[in-house]
Write a protein that binds this ligand. Structure first.
Ligand code: ZN
Ligand code: ZN
Length: 502
């Protein structure tokens, strides 16, 4: 019934023979044509990037992604398998920058956006042939003759359509994302760049006394390693489940974590007046430490978040949403105002008495200021590892930049509900890793201040009105200056204006 398998069988040769047989006889196409009446099962390949070579890891994913459509085909489904190419993004830009000998956004803009993105477009096909050969060799079937390409107008248009749906549901918004930022270069750094520039430095930290509203001589104690962020403070944060105490020392009372009293009051006589769990303190108000600005939303109260630990400090953290990722998360959770008294050059803004001074250089003056007003509890020196710019040796700051977000936190319940209907194999992935990720889902920052990607479909008017465009047709219907053959990329799209519906 079967041929005997020769012990000298050449597997490679046999594979090549099968591959050739499939090709000569158009077996893939036939597998679709012969099931014209069959129920449709659609597969879109999660697209690889063809500006990098395929590697051994891709064999596994290609094989798995072939197995399921093949199984469905054998069950009688008509299986459409659409190949795709991922062509946008920073890696492409960096590749082109390297090739052209450019360094950074300034030089790219000098070179010109139009020729730059033309180079990007060519660069992404560098290894297309290799990918096609490789896919054939591992027996991966997909329609490679008519793939979807993420830089094509029709693909970008489909993204615009989706973004407009999200916009109309109120789930797309402009907010702030905290990035490691070099104030001299005026640019955020990637985590890889940040990792290159750590140095051990000795600095002054501050434990500040925040006056509890309506209580005499009573203070929240909060420790910070960055005193220059204190003028931008809008809230305090405690761990919701830890124990806090109010202690009396002389005629002053202090609120801090029970576990950190000894560390902050060594050899001091004190009396515990009250005990709380963190949540008891939630929404308790205090007097602002500085009065440089009047926030546009409710501020200066205690918030709760489990990121606060009792490893050092006082167990109470000062929150400045403009200067820390955790702070920004708490800010979003409690809808806190956004106060940023440091500008893009890293200098204090004109609202403060230190206008024009580099933020880290005002630490000392802030300590003196607090001391004079009796609101400095302590200013211990501490040593830590701090990141510096690898290009220019300036200390980096964590700084909020304008970013567009999709409000994932608003659809969290749906995400979890849907995840629970997925037949995960193995089950633990869905419940464990992916489930845990969904439980802690954050709003998704989708924008980049770059060139080679899908342009955001939001047009902003001087009057403040924003309009989301969902298609080229809609764009043309609202615009007087949209060319017939518009390419949906920068710099072309930047020149198109629309009439404000308001
Ligand atoms: Zn720099
Ligand atoms: Zn308008």
């Amino acid at each position: 019934m079967y041929d005997k398998v020769s012990p000298n069988l050449n597997f490679v040769e046999r594979e090549k023979k099968t591959e050739k047989f499939w090709e000569d006889n158009h077996i893939f196409q036939k597998s679709i044509d012969e099931r014209k009446e069959g129920e449709v099962y659609t597969f879109y390949d999660g697209p690889p990037t063809a500006n990098g070579k395929p590697h051994i890891g891709h064999v596994l994913t290609r094989v798995i992604k072939d197995m399921i459509p093949r199984y469905r085909t054998m069950k009688g489904y008509k299986v459409l398998r659409k190949a795709g190419w991922d062509t946008h993004g920073l890696p492409v830009e960096l590749e082109v920058e390297k090739k052209l000998g450019l360094d950074g956004k300034e030089q790219i803009e000098e070179y010109g956006l139009e020729p730059f993105i033309k180079q990007c477009k060519e660069s992404v096909w560098k290894y297309k042939g290799m990918w096609e050969d490789f896919s054939g060799t591992v027996g991966f079937w997909a329609d490679m003759d008519d793939p979807y390409v993420t830089y094509d107008n029709n693909f970008i248009e489909s993204e615009w359509w989706a973004l407009k749906q999200i916009w109309e549901k109120g789930l797309l918004y402009k907010g702030h994302k905290i990035v490691p930022y070099c104030p001299r270069c005026g640019t955020p750094l990637s985590s890889h760049e940040v990792a290159q520039g750590y140095k051990d430095v000795k600095e002054r930290s501050a434990t500040a006394k925040f006056i509890v509203k309506g209580e005499e001589n009573t203070y929240f104690l909060a420790w910070t390693t960055t005193p220059w962020t204190l003028p931008s403070n809008v809230a305090l944060c405690v761990n919701p489940v830890e124990t806090y105490v109010k202690i009396k020392v002389g005629d002053e009372k202090f609120i801090l974590a029970e576990a950190l009293v000894e560390a902050n009051f060594p050899d001091t006589e004190y009396e515990v007046v009250e005990k709380y769990v963190g949540t008891d303190l939630e929404y308790k108000e205090y007097e602002p430490l500085f009065n440089f600005v009047t926030p546009d939303k409710k501020a200066y109260y205690v918030t709760c978040d489990s990121y606060v630990t009792l490893t050092d400090g006082t167990g109470i953290v000062h929150i400045a949403p403009a200067f820390g990722e955790d702070d920004a998360n708490v800010g979003r959770k409690y809808d806190l105002p956004f106060v940023q008294l440091v500008d893009g050059k890293g200098e204090m803004t004109k609202e403060t008495p230190w206008a024009g001074t580099f933020c880290k250089d005002v630490d000392k003056e802030i300590l003196v200021n607090l001391e004079e007003r009796g609101q400095l509890f302590n200013a211990p020196k501490f040593e830590h590892s701090y990141p510096f710019c690898w290009r220019c040796d300036t200390p980096l700051i964590y700084y909020a930049r304008d970013t567009w977000f999709i409000k994932m936190t608003d659809v969290k319940d749906d995400l979890i509900k849907n995840n629970n209907t997925v037949n995960w194999i193995p089950k633990t992935i869905g419940e464990g890793r992916f489930g845990a990720w969904l439980e802690n889902v954050q709003d998704w920052g989708i924008s980049r201040n770059r060139y080679w990607g899908t342009p955001l479909n939001i047009w902003e008017c001087e009057c403040g009105h924003r309009h989301a465009i969902g298609s080229i047709e809609e764009l043309k219907s609202m615009s007087d200056n949209c060319p017939d053959e518009i390419e949906l990329h920068r710099p072309f799209i930047d020149a198109v204006t629309i009439k404000c519906p308001e």
